[in-house]
Design a protein around this ligand. Structure first.
Ligand SMILES: [Zn+2]
Length: 385
């Protein structure tokens, strides 16, 4: 049984809210189909975020592939702030009215996941973070969640299909089940070492049966120099403080001359608790917080009809563009296609808003996911959570 919508159903407007069908019927009966300019923006970012990462553009543009519209957007993976337009469409209203629901769906969820991933990456600084979130959402969404987590800056993904789609090797350690079945952490560690090819890092779970510190030292002794890291995924009911467990492990490992053995943590991690763990932990598996990332509340509003500024209350009419200073990074939103050439600091400003579709034809080549991700990683270097 397939419950999720097929691509064909999405493209033919079947996932739209019915009120857009009503809007079509009403406007047709009134013989009205003006050229409108409509923009996607958000009044507020979730959880007091200061910034977001715009994602889902390339996927969403598929909706418009045979339509005679013009589209402007920030490049996929751009940092955006509240009130900045991320995408603007100009065309006959009835040509795209029913696409509003799927368009927002593509962009709101993708941007929510990429933003959360970027926030976790900022919090983790130079430590590695992996996306472990596949199990928390419908499996048909697995490659989607991992694509946008990767775009937002995670260093790797755990799901096999996601790895194939991103052309990267999926990463992971071993599940508790192996150690439970073999009956002992050291037996599990040795079996893992025996069965796994050399290039796979030896990261061993140390929280299955006994105390993490005791197990860590047993595993370190058993694998010696081969041990790359230990992983703690202690259940919250037994955890007390993951920070204290990590500190104890680090201190004992150092004391026993296992300074090169890293600590990898997973289980209920997010950008807020990662910040504190950084002093003891070398890498993170992040699951629910990525797959369950709060979506960005983007909305689409008409801001011009037949070139004349008009909109609903709570918004400013007229087409807007986002400009950024090439030196100090100051941003400005211009209204009504105004351009700004110079920043207050005296340096040139450039438009981040770019025309990408003209009369239904793509006029810009899409970037590869690796290029987008590289840009995200460079830009978030200057931000904090
Ligand atoms: Zn400036």
């Amino acid at each position: 049984m397939q419950i999720q919508a097929s691509l064909k159903e999405i493209l033919t407007g079947k996932t739209t809210d019915v009120y857009f069908i009503r809007a079509q019927e009403i406007l047709k009966s009134e013989n009205k189909n003006p050229e409108v300019t409509a923009e996607i923006w958000t009044k507020n970012l979730p959880e007091n975020y200061k910034w977001g990462i715009f994602a889902g553009l390339e996927e969403a543009l598929f909706l418009f592939k045979d339509l005679n519209v013009d589209i402007w957007a920030l490049p996929e993976g751009s940092i955006f702030y509240h009130r900045e337009p991320v995408l603007t469409i100009k065309g006959k209203y009835l040509d795209f009215a029913t696409l509003e629901t799927p368009l927002l769906g593509y962009i709101c969820q993708a941007s929510g996941i990429s933003t959360k991933a970027a926030r976790c990456k900022v919090a983790a600084k130079d430590r590695k973070i992996l996306s472990f979130g596949a199990r928390r959402m419908h499996p048909s969404l697995t490659p989607l969640i991992d694509r946008y987590a990767y775009l937002g800056g995670v260093d790797g993904v755990s799901a096999v299909l996601s790895g194939e789609r991103l052309n990267i090797k999926p990463q992971g350690t071993i599940p508790h089940s192996v150690i439970i079945i073999l009956g002992d952490t050291v037996k599990g560690a040795k079996a893992y070492d025996k069965a796994t090819t050399e290039e796979i890092p030896r990261i061993i779970l140390v929280d299955t049966f006994s105390d993490e510190k005791v197990e860590t030292l047993r595993v370190a002794k058993a694998l010696g120099k081969k041990l790359d890291a230990v992983r703690i995924d202690t259940p919250s009911s037994r955890r007390g403080s993951l920070l204290e467990i990590a500190r104890e492990l680090r201190e004992e490992l150092d004391l026993h001359n296992y300074k090169n053995v890293g600590i990898f943590a997973s289980g209920g991690l997010n950008e807020y608790n990662i910040v504190n763990l950084n002093q003891w932990v070398d890498g993170y598996g992040i699951g629910t917080c990525l797959s369950n990332a709060t979506t960005i509340n983007f909305s689409l509003d008409i801001v011009e009809i037949e070139g004349k500024p008009i909109t609903k209350k709570g918004k400013t009419s007229g087409m807007k563009m986002v400009f950024e200073c090439t030196r100090c990074g100051m941003r400005k939103i211009t209204i009504n296609k105004d351009t700004i050439n110079k920043c207050e600091c005296g340096n040139p400003m450039k438009s981040l808003t770019q025309k990408i579709i003209e009369k239904g034809r793509a006029i810009k080549e899409p970037e590869t996911i690796n290029d987008i991700r590289k840009r995200v990683l460079t830009e978030i270097n200057y931000l904090d959570v």
